[in-house]
Design a protein. Sequence first.
Length: 187
Amino acid sequence: MESPYVQQTNLEHIAHICYLIILVTTVEIIGLSVTLVIMLLAFVASIIPGVPGPPVALIAAIGHRLCFGQHSASGVVLISLGLLALASIILDHFAGVYGAKRFGATWRGLLGAFVGGVVGIFFSLPGIILGPFLGAMLFELLGGHKLDKASLAGVGATVGMFAGVLGKCIICAVMIGLFTANVIVRS
């Protein structure tokens, strides 16, 4: 027959193990929550042209993996997230250029769309929308083109910019969903 002291020690040991299991789960939940908040901020940042939202989401996922190891996203998922982030950078860079070129902009219009986009960031949402349009149009006018051709270049730059932003937002949402699903399955 075991002594009461041994039984109490065993119960304390079991209680301590249960406490550690609860603590690890709590820490994992907090870690996932913090990572998802960072990823959500990255998604919101994706709305701004030129701001690398998906790469920030990738960095958050890598940070989670470094902290939680096997209880985080798998290596295959992290590689997939990296490829998606790379695709978003390429899309963000070339969508506005492609849109402006498609609508007949010259190199001046492309430069104007870029300058207008950068300046527009400082004027909130109207600046973000109108900046590339006005920049492309102004630079095309300064290059000697007529108002109709310059306006068309501005429309192309704006349409391309919106396509790039939409693509970045979709990619970032896919990244967040893929990461979250994989972490939940592996936990």
